[in-house]
Write a new protein. Structure first.
Length: 310
């Protein structure tokens, strides 16, 4: 009996030793890969447990930097903002050309009350050619951050015009009838899986679609006004007095009376203006209580007139 107990204890000791050796053999790169798999499944607590013991003081090594950055992200998404902030304060200066950690530092600064640093980072982003502001406005809390007067001031100051000219059938430097490959190269947008559209997003949200005919010539441009307004630095340059948040009355005052109006199945109002080369649809959602009962611009379509049989 005693011999059996001793054998069992020896076997257990061997298992513990083997387990410890296996843990010691995990490389930083393997731990990083494992943690990223956990993060992809939103298992931030487990990812943090894997990464945190491996965070070192020297972030000169690429893997060490990645481990620290991933640790900061996991801590942030667990609501551990002080821990995340301390990490990103080291991560960002170590590799300042990488954008995403700087956006997390902006967010932790804002959430911890250092609005000066948060706004300084946000201003630097707006000064850059970056067109996707999704993380910059959502990480610190989209509703509260965008409600800040200083944030709105910076957005107006550094707004990039998205020019739409239906009279010449041009938008954002491209023209209806232009070839797909030329537009793709000009705007650096890849084709969709279907191969007949070019789609741009800000974060997970669609901001515009360029649709092409069988000859791969541009037929239609669709802009999502709400997403462009919230998640990009673009301001709408269509006509005086019209912005992403314009009402139907404001659009009529600038463009004149619409040639046609119709209603979509969901109650949206569609106002159409015809020009020599293109037609322009402005689509307004049903009246929204948040906008004092006014219909809200939600979509803009410009298309070659012959494509709609007009």
């Amino acid at each position: 009996m005693v011999r059996c107990i001793l054998m069992a204890l020896l076997f257990a000791a061997l298992l513990v030793t083997a387990w410890a050796e296996d843990r010691q053999e995990v490389t930083p790169a393997e731990a990083l890969e494992n943690a990223r798999s956990l993060v992809a499944a939103n298992r931030y607590t487990e990812a943090l447990a894997v990464l945190e013991p491996m965070v070192g003081d020297n972030l000169g090594d690429p893997t060490s930097w990645e481990i620290a950055a991933e640790t900061g992200r996991a801590a942030f998404h667990l609501g551990q903002y002080h821990k995340a902030h301390e990490i990103f304060q080291r991560v960002v200066p170590a590799r300042p050309v990488v954008l995403e950690p700087a956006l997390y530092l902006q967010a932790t600064s804002y959430l911890l009350g250092d609005h000066r640093q948060a706004l300084a980072i946000f201003e630097a982003v707006l000064k850059s050619p970056i067109q996707d502001l999704y993380l910059a406005v959502t990480l610190p809390g989209e509703k509260q951050f965008l409600a800040e007067p200083e944030v709105q001031k910076l957005l107006r100051q550094y707004a990039k015009p998205l020019t739409l000219r239906p009279d010449s059938a041009t938008a954002h430097g491209v023209q209806l009838g232009q070839g797909m490959s030329e537009i793709s190269a000009k705007l650096d947008i890849g084709a969709s899986d279907a191969g007949s559209t070019l789609i741009a997003r800000a974060g997970p949200y669609l901001i515009w679609i360029f649709s092409f005919d069988g000859s791969r010539q541009l037929e239609e441009i669709v802009l999502n006004a709400d997403h462009l307004s919230r998640y990009t630095p673009f301001g709408l340059d269509l006509a005086d007095g019209i912005s992403w948040t314009s009402t139907p009355i404001e659009c009529i005052e600038s463009l004149g009376g619409a040639d046609r109006t119709s209603a979509a199945a969901d109650g949206a109002l569609i106002m159409t203006w015809d020009f020599s080369k293109a037609s322009l649809d402005l689509v307004f959602s049903r009246p929204d209580a948040d906008h004092h009962g006014a219909a809200v611009l939600e979509m803009i379509r410009m298309y070659r007139r012959h494509t709609r049989g007009r």
